[in-house]
Ligand binder design. Structure first.
Ligand SMILES: [Zn+2]
Ligand SMILES: [Zn+2]
Length: 297
């Protein structure tokens, strides 16, 4: 099946300032030692990496207590020291799975531990209807709004919590519902995501463009371009971008296309945090849309 993919969607990004979402072998679903990413970053001209291994709060999740905070911090900080002299900057981050039922535990974790950069994501939760074995049956006969509702309730709470620097793969629910609703149907009802996008704007949380979507059947980043544009329309100004790589060959995969989605929506920089410092990282000129003839972009 041929898909129309944006330029850079089917290749590893090169000469980009930041990949802000990466899983190493400190996540149960990745097998990549941190030095492999660092070497690839050096080779491909990716200047800065955020290592964002999974932190989960549901005891049944494979990532629950898979590693300790101390082990993750030591591994990432040691690698940062080894690679900084060679020009690769490595930040200690985490991707924390959000659910309202364990929000208290998550808040306590972030109160005890300091990260350079945090991503809040909604994945699975007890009784979630989006597990592959039952999502299709569950969604059949439901309207799009009803099928999205349980996910939107969680992601809107995550966005409004103020706990995170950015929200990961905001419309990843498309992946769970792909047998029931097309990306086009979901993008045609973009206003269903307004509460989540407004919560981001109000809490000052960034929107991540996650390019793992280019590896999935729908062939769009998470979130897709209509949601990125809508976020900006609603006043959103903070964005990040990451490949969400779990394998060496996915390092910075589609990342250039992800940057283009942001540039296309009118963003000129990413908002990143390096511990105490929040910083703007410019989107390279070559990816920015040409200025309108009257200069009013
Ligand atoms: Zn995730
Ligand atoms: Zn991830």
């Amino acid at each position: 099946m041929s898909r129309e993919l944006p330029q850079g969607a089917e290749e590893n990004g090169r000469n980009l300032p930041l990949d802000a979402h990466l899983h190493t072998d400190l996540s149960p679903d990745s097998d990549v030692p941190i030095d492999v990413y660092a070497a690839l970053a050096l080779e491909n001209g990716i200047s800065e990496l955020a290592i964002t291994d999974h932190v989960d709060f549901d005891k049944r999740d494979p990532a629950y207590d898979y590693t300790s905070f101390e082990q993750r911090e030591r591994t990432v900080r040691d690698a940062a020291e080894r690679w900084a002299p060679r020009g690769v900057l490595i930040r200690f981050g985490a991707e924390l799975t959000f659910n309202r039922s364990w929000e208290g535990d998550l808040r306590a974790h972030l109160g005890r531990h300091r990260y350079d950069f945090t991503i809040g994501s909604v994945h699975d939760w007890p009784d979630s209807p989006y597990v592959p074995t039952r999502a299709r049956t569950w969604a059949s006969g439901r309207s799009l709004g009803d099928a999205l509702a349980p996910y939107l309730a969680e992601i809107t709470a995550a966005a409004g919590s103020g706990l995170f620097d950015t929200i990961g793969h905001l419309d990843v629910v498309r992946r769970y519902l792909h047998a029931s609703f097309t990306a086009g149907e979901i993008f045609g009802a973009v206003e269903l995501f307004d509460p989540a996008l407004r919560a981001l704007v109000e809490s000052g949380t960034a929107l991540e463009v996650n390019t793992s979507g280019y590896r999935h059947p729908s062939g769009e980043a998470y979130p897709g371009p209509p949601l990125v544009a809508r976020y900006r329309e609603l006043g959103g100004r903070r964005v990040t971008a990451g490949s969400d790589s779990h394998r060496a060959h996915h390092f910075a995969w589609g990342l250039e296309a992800g940057y283009r989605v942001l540039a296309e929506a009118g963003f000129t920089a990413l908002t990143f945090r390096r511990g105490a410092d929040r910083t703007a990282i410019g989107i390279p000129d070559r990816l920015r849309r040409p200025r309108d003839a009257d200069g009013s972009t």
